[in-house]
Design a protein around this ligand. Structure first.
Ligand code: ATP
Length: 364
């Protein structure tokens, strides 16, 4: 078993550093208190602020550090006023996904004590797996313009990535059955009735489904999926979809979870993984110490569980589960809430409450 994990940290922009600092403090305290492998956090520059000040969004040294690390923790990157000359925003997180082949974007949609805007729903537990390296995003940075008359972007689906993506989704559904969290069901979400690329995507889905006879495989068009996510979201267990559809549906999922401040994510490849909240850098509230750290904390819990699985260390699984349970206890209790949760507490207060629920010395 490993005695130390090197964690590459990207503090990012806006509220990024504000939610990252207490998260790594808490993760460090948790691993130390339990005698777990040391989490050696190393901060590396990247993001819109770095681009504005130094002319590069993701320096080669940062990319190398990310590739060599045992895991990557990323808060949020991008600032609306800092853009490339073509008008697009700085988003090194997309470059990282592409360069490191992080094809499986895992977006859990889970109620753990917070409300949902849907009336009559008090439990939700499903996962959106968003392909994160191709689809429409394969065109990222490669789009073209015909002067001022038209613009073009091309969507790409490959067999190699789709096979790995679907296998990931079926294995996830199987794991959820073992944990008692799902019926063993995967929905492929596509637009196979209109586009050849999605007919191909769906064909590969059925081919891979045949290898997982214990898991039910269903298909749905993305427009119907959007409707059902609102009308009857409890019908879903694992949803697997193309990059752009997943981008949109996972924000819908975050909305069902009560807001972006609650929604964690992981982008997982064969060798590397990035853990980051679903939300952006929230420049409208940056610098005030009031950002909700829960999505970041839960992304940290996902990192512990991924390291656990990869290195066969059950103590890390327990630490991840306990961190999630501590967050849930604080949310359920409802005493310490940031403004987006309807309270007036700060980021540090929420982290201190989670630390206390874990029995850790409260971070300063
Ligand atoms: P991106 O395009 O990078 O995803 P965005 O512009 O869609 O970003 P966010 O930066 O995620 O949006 O912010 C959307 C809204 O949600 C803002 O009003 C922001 O203040 C709020 N928000 C996002 N994250 C948090 C958080 N952790 N705590 C509180 N509010 C948040």
């Amino acid at each position: 078993m490993a005695g130390r994990f090197n964690i590459c940290v990207f503090d990012g922009d806006g509220i990024g550093p504000e939610i990252m600092a207490p998260t790594i403090e808490l993760l460090g305290a948790l691993s130390a208190a339990r005698g777990l492998p040391t989490l050696a956090f190393a901060h590396h520059p990247a993001g819109a602020g770095h681009y504005r000040d130094h002319g590069e969004a993701l320096p080669a040294a940062s990319m190398q550090a990310a590739a060599a690390a045992d895991a990557i923790l990323l808060s949020a990157m991008g600032l609306p006023e800092v853009r490339y000359p073509d008008g697009t925003e700085i988003s090194p997180q997309i470059e990282l996904r592409m360069a490191l082949g992080l094809y499986a974007g895992v977006r859990p949609v889970l109620l753990f004590g917070q409300g949902t805007p849907l009336a009559g729903i008090d439990a939700l537990d499903f996962v959106i797996v968003r392909e994160s390296t191709e689809g429409l995003f394969a065109s990222h940075g490669k789009g073209s313009r015909d002067g001022d008359t038209a613009a073009h972007e091309t969507l790409t689906i490959t067999r190699e990535t789709s096979e790995k993506l679907f296998d990931f989704a079926f294995r996830l559904a199987r794991r959820r059955v073992a944990l008692g969290r799902g019926p063993g069901l995967v929905h492929c979400v596509d637009k196979a009735n209109v586009f050849q690329a999605f007919a191909f995507f769906r064909k590969i889905f059925h081919e891979r489904a045949a290898r997982f006879p214990d898991i039910q495989a269903k298909t749905t068009y993305v427009d119907a999926a959007a409707l059902w996510l609102v009308e009857r979201p409890t019908m879903f267990d694992v949803m697997v979809t193309e990059n752009m559809f997943g981008d949109i549906l996972s924000d819908l999922g975050a909305g069902l979870m009560g807001g972006l401040g609650f929604a964690p994510s992981a982008d997982i490849g064969d060798q590397n993984a990035v853990f980051q909240p679903c939300h952006g850098s929230a420049p409208d509230i940056a610098g005030r110490g009031i950002a909700n750290p829960i999505a970041m904390l839960l992304s940290g819990a996902m990192m512990l569980e991924w390291l656990a699985e990869r290195h066969g260390d059950e103590r890390l699984t327990a630490a991840g589960e306990d961190l999630r349970a501590a967050v849930a206890a604080v949310v359920r209790e409802g005493r310490v809430r940031t403004p987006d949760m309807g309270g007036s507490a700060g980021t540090a207060d929420v982290c201190a409450a989670v630390a206390a629920a874990l029995g850790l010395a409260v971070p300063a």
